[in-house]
Design a binder for this molecule. Structure first.
Ligand code: SAH
Length: 424
């Protein structure tokens, strides 16, 4: 029997009939359109739940479905735990420990690899939370106000669950919704137990290569951990090749190509700050090598310039073309309504790359736009190949790595896709 007192001890969201089905299949989102009514807890002075508060979710027949964070927007609740109406006291430690154990079991935590994603949102049953580990430091990003409100507990849980972590940095200035004013800082140290935060250079190791990580000023949490396995594949193909790493950021693919024995590597990015870090990374890992160039330029300008120079000189194999090109642009479509333009963007950039690759060359091409699915991306690359009129075959189909898992009940978690192409 449901006692009114109990229902009212916590805000309860009651769904419309049949809207409980996806939750029963463990999809963690409740859309606002699925809600029939909301019973506010006794303490509420506002007419609606407060963004970020924990709410219980019930079916139309009053069956308890789970507890999650309330949000303003089309996703109204993100479920943290199914079948209960409150979080157990060890909830954060248990979830984070479980995430750590998976990374450990996958062999990602080694002396030569202390860079990995510890928590990948819904993929680790913690919707709205990202945690990346760089040596002794964890960098947290909250994508929901609910996670923001729990940031201290999350930081403590990371400290107790992950032996290597001594410092926790919080970096949510770009990721939190701004509709509601929120308490507390969106960026800054939550825990500092080692000297590292005071130093101005932070180094982290990925597969035996050292990377300078600037989580304070860098993009995302400071590094794109999601390309680790794909970089290792570039290393396998790099020997003796002239390589172009376009959209290189801090040079992840470039370092693997150099270690793989590339003849030359050109790293190009529009961000001067990123290019400075590329130089530092190459210097640290390959101090004696002189076959790397770091170039600050816009991708289209750079490719057009090279293509035009090649046509003017009619030189086919003289350093103006590459044997291996990596294209890893930023998300061209951040929202569904931008998909058309994004696809045109992918087609244009891929056509340029295919045009300037040497016969028998290899193109690694990626899209990290969640809104552009695998098929659409492949179609854009197909159109690019057809436009240039070269014979192109798919060698590999790539995706996000094992520390960015996709919850099978939440296919929206799939975002990174790549194709490795052989260009005749
Ligand atoms: N491949 C990188 C991640 C790329 S992120 C890695 O492995 O770490 C996308 C990069 O594209 C960012 O560094 C951003 O500065 C750069 N970028 C964005 N627009 C660009 C443009 N028009 N031309 C060149 N680089 C651009």
């Amino acid at each position: 029997m449901v006692n009114d007192q109990m229902v009212n001890s916590m805000t309860t969201v009651i769904l419309k009939p049949h809207k409980d089905e996806s939750l029963k299949r463990f999809h963690p989102w409740v859309f606002s359109g699925a809600i029939a009514r909301i019973v506010l807890d006794a303490a509420h002075s506002e007419p609606a739940p407060v963004e970020g508060e924990l709410v219980a979710v019930h079916s139309a027949t009053n069956e308890l479905l789970g507890v999650g964070h309330w949000q303003i927007g089309s996703i109204a609740v993100r479920i943290l735990a199914f079948g209960v109406d409150s979080l157990p006291s060890d909830f954060w430690t248990e979830r984070i420990r479980a995430a750590y154990k998976v990374r450990e079991a996958l062999g990602l935590i080694r002396p030569d690899n202390n860079t990995f994603r510890l928590v990948h949102g819904e993929g680790d049953f913690l919707p709205g939370l990202i945690v990346d580990i760089y040596a002794e430091t964890a960098v947290i990003q909250a994508h929901s106000v609910g996670m923001h409100l729990h940031r201290q507990e999350i930081a403590q849980a990371i400290l107790s669950a992950v032996p290597q972590v001594k410092n926790v940095y919080y970096k949510s200035d770009d990721t939190l919704p701004f509709k509601a004013p929120i308490e507390g800082d969106k960026t800054g140290w939550l825990i500092t137990n080692s000297q590292q935060p005071m130093a101005n250079e932070f180094w982290s190791m990925e597969n035996g290569l050292s990377f300078r990580i600037d989580w304070l000023r860098g993009q995302k949490t400071g590094f794109f951990i999601d390309q680790r396995e794909n970089r290792a594949l570039v290393e396998r193909y790099a020997a003796g090749k002239d390589v172009l790493n376009m959209f290189c950021y801090t040079g992840g693919f470039s370092l693997y190509a150099l270690r793989g024995g590339a003849k030359t590597v050109d790293s190009v990015d529009v961000s001067q700050k990123a290019i400075e870090i590329v130089k530092a990374n190459v210097q640290r890992n390959f101090p004696r090598q002189s076959n790397h160039r770091a170039i600050t330029a816009d991708a289209f300008d750079f490719l057009n310039e090279r293509i035009n120079a090649q046509m003017a000189n009619d030189q086919m194999v003289n350093g103006k073309w590459y044997d291996l090109i990596i294209l890893d642009p930023p998300a061209f479509a951040k929202h569904r309504d931008a998909i058309k333009n994004a696809l045109r963007g992918y087609q244009r950039i891929n056509a340029k790359a295919i045009e300037m690759i040497r016969p028998g060359g290899i193109l690694f091409t990626f899209s990290c736009s969640q809104a552009v699915d695998k098929e659409a991306f492949r179609l854009a690359v197909f159109s690019a190949a057809a436009q240039v009129g070269r014979k192109v075959r798919i060698l590999h189909q790539l995706h996000q790595p094992q520390d960015h898992p996709i919850n099978i009940y939440h296919p929206e978690g799939e975002y990174l896709k790549g194709l490795v192409l052989f260009v005749e």
